[in-house]
Ligand binder design. Structure first.
Ligand SMILES: Cc1cc2nc3c(=O)[nH]c(=O)nc-3n(C[C@H](O)[C@H](O)[C@H](O)COP(=O)(O)OP(=O)(O)OC[C@H]3O[C@@H](n4cnc5c(N)ncnc54)[C@H](O)[C@@H]3O)c2cc1C
Length: 384
């Protein structure tokens, strides 16, 4: 399948990231998960390899690679460790994209070189206690005061929040007495008035850092705004559209990791005098897993390729995220079944892949929200 979307360069990137994941991440993945340790050393190493700036143009110090490369790198990381993959994906797509897409030249010069090198880690704060799927219900307020804004409110479930040096976030903007819309802002995380909560205790993605943020009379300069309030909502929706390709890729990696373990195990494990993959039910389960993963790859790479070639991918990114994340949940569940009792204990890692899969159906837009986006899009097409 890769032949459809891959040039020689894409194969080289895949091999490079796969080698890194297998030699550097695989030996520590189980331990990072068990202890909930943020992979700080691995982030540094990924920075040196150019992975943390994979989508940033070379003139800002990044690798300047396309979306197909970006998806490939995430698949290879998630195939071994989804926590490391989401740390990189949240940094590159959510943390870096807003300034890349909507920043002024001054903002880009200021933030992108650090983000691209991995020396500064990025995070993106959109979700609030009452504003998850309903992202427009943001209550955080930035009130204009001279050349500054005073921000009050907060965000929840923010990936990389406790480790990031740079944060983009969304807020209502109040100018005079008027609410002029929702805008995105970019700030340093050492800004006075920004308080960072405790690390969340999660079902999966345990090594990834997820926290609540509080803005308490946080004073930020007016030029911290990305774009304008009139297109603020569009700003973060565009960021999320690309983010969906990355969650689709993460889903493929998660499914692939579990599938490969199940396939190998099915070849080694014997019951009733034969390998278990000779039983049709086990064999068909493996065939279904392989087919769903292949279909997910087609959807994710199609969305990535379309983005690289200038197409609007609102529908395609939603389809890719929806199908791939549901595939990850199904494949990791079935992989445990193939391993029987050994799938349920930690020695074979499939239970880690299973725990890491569920969030893929929730983060960056739940499956229900993806279906809404797809439906809206196909009904719109009908009217043309
Ligand atoms: C580990 C983790 C990491 C995260 N990282 C980030 C991050 O870095 N930045 C960030 O901003 N956010 C982040 N999030 C938040 C995540 O994007 C939200 O949790 C997600 O968008 C869902 O929002 P919610 O939790 O408020 O659920 P809700 O919106 O309350 O949804 C609850 C249920 O209602 C359904 N529902 C809601 N509206 C509709 C509708 N119109 N039609 C049909 N069904 C609907 C949903 O599908 C869901 O099943 C993270 C979350 C987690 C758990």
């Amino acid at each position: 399948m890769n032949k459809l979307f891959f040039t020689q360069e894409h194969y080289m990137i895949r091999d490079m990231v796969r080698k890194f994941a297998e030699t550097e991440i695989a030996p520590v993945a189980r331990e990072l998960d068990a202890t909930g340790t943020f992979p700080r050393e691995l982030v540094k190493k990924m920075g040196k390899l150019g992975i943390m700036g994979i989508n940033v143009p070379e003139k800002y110090g990044g690798a300047g690679l396309d979306m197909v490369s970006f998806a490939t790198a995430i698949i290879e990381l998630a195939r071994v460790d989804a926590s490391v993959a989401i740390t990189m994906a949240a940094h590159t797509s959510l943390g870096t994209l807003p300034v890349l897409l909507f920043g002024t030249e001054e903002q880009r010069q200021r933030y992108l070189p650090g983000l691209a090198s991995g020396n500064t880690l990025g995070a993106f704060g959109l979700t609030e206690p009452q504003a998850g799927s309903d992202a427009g219900a943001t209550k955080t307020k930035a009130v204009r005061s001279g050349n500054d804004y005073i921000v009050n409110g907060g965000k929840i479930f923010i990936t990389n929040a406790g480790e990031a040096q740079v944060l983009s976030f969304t807020s209502q903007v109040i100018e005079g007495d008027k609410n002029v819309g929702i805008a995105a802002f970019i700030i340093q995380t050492d800004t006075p008035g920004l308080e960072i909560g405790e690390k969340e205790k999660k079902m999966g993605w345990k090594a990834s850092d997820t926290r609540q943020l509080f803005f308490k009379d946080m004073k930020i300069p007016a030029d911290a705004m990305l774009g304008s309030p009139s297109d603020g909502f569009k700003t973060f929706m565009k960021t999320l559209t690309s983010g969906r390709v990355s969650i689709g890729a993460l889903s493929i990696g998660t499914a692939q990791g579990a599938y490969e373990i199940a396939l190998k195990y099915s070849n080694e494990r014997e019951a009733f005098g034969k390998q278990i993959n000779k039983f049709q039910s086990v064999g068909f389960s493996l065939a279904d897993m392989a087919t769903k993963i292949e279909a997910s790859k087609l959807l994710v790479y199609n969305a990535a390729w379309m983005k690289d070639n200038g197409y609007d991918i609102t529908k395609e990114a939603a389809m890719a995220k929806l199908f791939a994340s549901e595939t990850a949940m199904e494949v990791t569940t079935d992989a445990i079944q193939v391993l029987g009792g050994y799938g349920y204990v930690k020695d074979y890692d499939v239970e880690r892949f299973f725990r890491d899969a569920k969030i893929l159906e929730i983060g960056e837009g739940t499956s229900e929200i993806q279906r809404l986006i797809i439906l809206r899009s196909i009904l719109k097409d009908l009217q043309v």
